[in-house]
Ligand binder design. Structure first.
Ligand code: CAA
Length: 261
């Protein structure tokens, strides 16, 4: 696929994905959603040399200002909305279940589908000018890309219910206090901080990182017993060469050299 709205750059084993529709504040139109889906379904899994992914928005003003409202009126009243939401869910599950860490470097507005995209990532680094909201009720709709579920997972039902019903916008500090973002950094340093964290994670056992993602995600999967998943995953990681290396390196007081085996 030729990407029209995503810019991909690889540096130091990290894939930087920039959503590039600055004039529309990087709103997620259908084309951009198809590109994100392809990226995480087909492209990123084949990039064996990357240790993680960063998603950010072009320009200084916006991460992603939501789904593209200008495409809304084209929605077929007979199921078009459900189809759009299902594709969004499928795409964001690909991100959430990607076996390598994905960080949202939130450089501005993260509204509606933008906040939902950030929440589908494993970690969120906010610039101090970042703004978050689920403003769908202003349009007479509800979040359609997982926001009603992931906002509760991130900040709890009490505050999620308020933000979802009022559509209120919150700043980076409040988002941090609520547990919606991991760190707040000066504007412009979101990607650098994300890289620093990915580099730290890259020094760990990659199979263990993949299993952390899988087992933590199991918490929110109602058809999966997360504790049983952890027992299974623990059995798998303790059968790897990386586990032997990690434990041996600790005993020998040296840095582990993990081989992803
Ligand atoms: N969709 C399409 N275009 C958008 C957009 C969106 N979500 N958000 C902004 N834009 C466009 C504007 O229409 C404008 O384009 P034009 O220059 O062609 O008019 C351009 O981006 C710049 O935006 P503004 O002039 O509005 O900039 P501002 O600084 O005055 O306001 C803003 C910024 C507060 C983010 C405002 O643009 C806004 O409220 N945007 C909509 C946010 C929103 O409601 N998002 C949720 C969408 S629904 C959703 O996401 C559902 C879901 O769960 C999947």
């Amino acid at each position: 696929m030729t990407y029209q709205n995503l810019i991909l750059t690889e540096e130091d084993g990290i894939l930087l994905v920039t959503i590039n529709r600055e004039k529309a504040l990087n709103a997620l139109n259908g084309q951009t959603m198809r590109e994100l889906n392809h990226l995480f379904a087909e492209d990123a899994p084949k990039r064996a040399n990357i240790s993680g992914v960063i998603i950010t928005g072009a320009g200084e003003k916006s991460f992603v200002a939501g789904a593209d409202i200008k495409e809304f009126l084209n929605l077929d009243s007979k199921g078009g909305g459900a189809e759009m939401a299902q594709f969004g869910h499928d795409t964001f599950f690909l991100i959430e279940r990607f076996h390598k860490p994905v960080i949202a470097a939130v450089n501005g507005f993260a509204l509606g589908g933008g906040c939902e995209l950030a929440m589908a990532c494993h970690l969120r680094i906010a610039g101090e000018k970042a703004r978050f909201s689920q403003p769908e009720v202003n349009l007479g709709i509800i979040p359609g890309y997982g926001g009603t579920q992931r906002l509760i997972q991130c900040i709890g039902k009490t505050k999620a219910m308020e933000l979802l019903m009022t559509g209120d916008m919150i700043g980076a500090e409040e988002a941090h206090n609520l547990g919606l973002v991991n760190h707040v950094v000066p504007a412009g340093e979101e990607v650098a901080k994300s890289k620093e964290i990915l580099q730290k994670i890259a020094s760990k056992g990659p199979i263990a990182i993949a299993k952390v993602i899988e087992t933590v995600n199991a918490y929110a999967q109602h058809d999966v017993d997360g504790f049983a998943k952890e027992v299974e995953a623990f059995g798998e990681v303790t059968s790897t060469e990386d586990f032997v290396e990690g434990a041996t390196a600790f005993i020998e007081k040296r840095k582990a050299d993990f081989k992803n085996k």
